[in-house]
Write a protein that binds this ligand. Structure first.
Ligand code: NZQ
Ligand code: ZN
Length: 382
């Protein structure tokens, strides 16, 4: 096991009716900037609950943080926050609203252009306003981590940066009943791949982390078909919501190496083609597994056996079966998992490998995924 420091200060407030706790969780006297997406919160009662809870607070609303939040939109939110002297940011919506709001919370007290914050990558903590979240889409884990992924429309780039943790996050599973089926599939797939990025790496580092990770993977495999049949079952949606948070809040990555190559390649597909984040992962992950099957051999065998019950004595066959099971899982969720099915071809592969070469990217737990290996991964999923 590697050395590690674990720190996660986000207070999690979970369950039915908990949005009302905003009234007491945000100190009175704060000037709150409330940030929203495109309006889904008006259709499911979340907006009304937020307004009711904050009726004695001073707040200002910013609408329109889009999926894959862009720095162009966030500059507008920062402008409003500065004009109104806001000293607290409340994000209400999916991962994009929470991610975008992390930049807003940092940008309101930053004098330069917010894109500079992104380019710093690891933004010094406590240089941001306090941020809290009411999350309505289980997927990113943004409600309990310090990551955010921001797009730049002008340059067609999409980069992650690290800021501060939300002070608290409210997770009411009833808010997820209105999610479109495609977003549910995306949330399940994103959660699954977050776990894989921290699990399908170096073998033997921590049996405890392995079991925690496998617990989430198995849970996703189990609940995916149930949710497809009934998206309004409180307990199943609660399990989904907590799985997404636990997949990317640091609890399963203590002392183990991490990969993230699939995510980094996926971000390029979103930046260049606008493909939804989780969809890109369902395309790339099978390719990462095939191309890196020697490096990841022991872990793929363990994953295949423990998650899909694969009991095949020939390791090469077991690995191929495991990759196929993973593909079938994504297809059963409704994804088209080949680049060509999504009208993406060789030119995109050249562009992504060119970008990786320029940035001198070396990804994966062994830093073996450079621009050449990234191109191989992409070619394998054409
Ligand atoms: O904008 P509104 O109208 O609110 O609609 C949203 C949006 O259109 C809708 N939605 C959200 N909750 C809903 C709902 N519709 C009905 N009922 C509800 N309860 O869903 C659509 C997608 O929302 P979005 O926030 O974009 O989805 P998601 O939560 O999957 O976030 C994706 C973004 O997170 C980043 C991705 O790259 C992408 O930009 N990620 C952030 C991470 C992090 N911070 O740690 C890690 C992830 O790997 C990921 O990269
Ligand atoms: Zn993700």
């Amino acid at each position: 096991m590697n050395n590690f420091t674990f720190y996660n200060p986000t207070k999690l407030i979970f369950g039915k009716g908990t949005i009302s706790s905003l009234a007491t969780e945000i100190p009175s006297g704060k000037r709150i900037l409330i940030t929203f997406g495109g309006g889904s919160v008006k259709g499911n009662g979340v907006y009304d609950q937020v307004k009711e809870a904050l009726k004695h607070h001073t707040y200002f609303e910013f609408w329109g943080i889009e999926p894959n939040p862009s720095v162009e939109t966030l500059r507008e939110a920062i402008k409003l926050g500065k004009e109104k002297n806001c000293d607290f940011v409340l994000a209400v919506g999916g991962g994009s609203v929470v991610d975008g709001s992390k930049l807003v919370a940092a940008g309101i007290i930053y004098s330069g252009d917010p894109w500079e914050i992104i380019l710093k990558r690891d933004y010094t903590m406590s240089k941001t306003l306090p941020l809290a979240a009411v999350i309505t889409l289980p997927a990113t884990g943004s409600e309990m981590n310090r990551g955010a992924v921001i797009s730049n429309k002008a340059t067609k780039e999409k980069f992650a940066f690290y800021s501060d943790y939300p002070v608290f996050s409210i997770l009411d599973p009833e808010t997820t009943y209105t999610l479109p089926q495609f977003q549910v599939a995306c949330g399940l797939a994103d959660t699954f791949v977050h776990v894989i990025e921290q699990y399908l790496t170096t073998p033997g580092q921590s049996p405890l982390m392995d079991r925690w990770a496998e617990g989430i993977l198995k849970t996703i495999v189990e609940i995916a078909p149930k949710i497809k049949k009934n998206q309004s079952d409180y307990d199943t949606m609660s399990t989904f919501m907590l799985s997404a948070t636990m997949a990317l809040n640091g609890f399963i990555s203590m002392g183990v190496s991490q990969d993230w190559a699939t995510h980094m390649i996926g971000h390029e597909l979103t930046a260049l083609h606008g493909l939804t984040h989780a969809h890109t992962l369902t395309i790339i992950l099978p390719g990462t597994m095939r191309i890196l099957k020697d490096e990841k051999r022991d872990k793929i065998l363990q994953y295949g056996n423990r998650i899909f019950g694969i009991d095949e004595s020939n390791p090469d066959k077991a690995i191929e079966l495991t990759i196929r099971k993973t593909e079938e899982l994504f297809i059963s969720m409704g994804f088209k998992i080949k680049l060509s099915e999504n009208n993406i071809g060789e030119e995109t592969i050249s562009e992504i490998s060119k970008r990786f070469k320029e940035r001198n990217f070396k990804l994966g737990e062994n830093r073996s995924v450079d621009w050449k290996v990234a191109a191989e991964i992409l070619k394998s999923v054409l």
